[in-house]
Design a protein around this ligand. Structure first.
Ligand code: PGA
Length: 259
């Protein structure tokens, strides 16, 4: 059975000192829950080491929010998978803010997913449609195409270790979360795609998260679906109390069926 996973994407927030403090508070709050839920914290690059130190001795994992695919070279401002792997066990790949604000393409996401596995980093692959794509009725084909390219050429064992986050672009940071039943429908579609490409064992192992304006009041709606294995959380991950409330909701939620 898949374990619930709750990931906090801190985005461009928190100095190193603030990160260490927030990670320590999160660790204190969620410690009793870690037997039942996997918790991942994704601070900015300069804070990776401090966060790792702050959660040392717990099962909380550290993730980078992005990375380059090359191991080294003349890529000013970029951070390589080798550098990320010194501090983190996971990496968020293809977040819509990277795509929209920094021009990252689906092909870049593909390279990054492979680079992650090549360096023993587990990717959290984000997919999601824009509001225009949803209005045009092409949300399903958009997210499927994103997942198809991102996962092209992966081995079945790698696919089984995937975390895919369905994050409709219009729901991120907007306070307008997706309808939970709709999120569950898309999550199911994504898993069906993985099953078609990688087989039922891999598809049953991969975890599909929902992300976009998740908060303690709406999280149960998402987690009550058997097709959603957890959440990728932005704003609400910057409060240790709120994040702990989400972790509590995620605890033991996997395998639940819709009410
Ligand atoms: P949000 O961000 O929870 O603030 O909407 C989610 C995300 O960007 O992953």
């Amino acid at each position: 059975m898949r374990r619930s996973l709750l990931a906090g994407n801190w985005k461009m927030n928190c100095t190193t000192a603030e990160s260490a403090q927030l990670a320590a508070s999160v660790a204190a709050f969620v410690a009793p829950l870690l037997t039942d839920v996997d918790v991942v914290l994704a601070p900015p690059f300069p804070s990776l080491a401090a966060v790792r130190a702050a959660v040392n001795g717990t099962s909380i994992e550290v993730a980078a929010q992005d990375m380059h695919w090359a191991e080294r070279g003349a890529f000013t401002g970029a951070v390589s998978p080798v550098m990320v792997a010194e501090h983190a066990s996971r990496v968020i790949v293809g977040h819509s803010e990277r795509c929209q604000l920094f021009g990252e393409t689906d092909a870049d996401v593909h390279r990054k997913v492979h680079a992650a596995f090549d360096h023993a980093l587990l990717p959290i692959v984000c997919v999601g449609e824009s509001v225009d794509q949803r209005d045009a009725g092409i949300a399903d084909s958009v997210v499927e195409a994103q997942l198809a390219l991102a996962t092209d050429g992966l081995r079945d064992e790698e696919a089984a270790a995937l975390v895919v986050a369905y994050e409709p672009v219009w729901a991120i940071g907007s306070g307008r979360a997706c309808d939970p039943l709709e999120a569950a429908r898309v999550a199911k579609l994504l898993r069906a795609f993985l099953e078609l490409r990688f087989g039922s064992v891999a598809a049953a192992g991969a975890r599909v998260l929902y992300g976009g304006s998740v908060n303690p009041d709406n999280v149960d709606g998402f987690l009550s679906s058997a097709d959603i294995d957890g959440a990728l959380v932005g704003a609400m991950s910057l409060s240790a109390e709120a994040f702990a409330a989400l972790a509590k909701a995620a605890m033991g939620s996997v395998g639940r069926v819709p009410a």
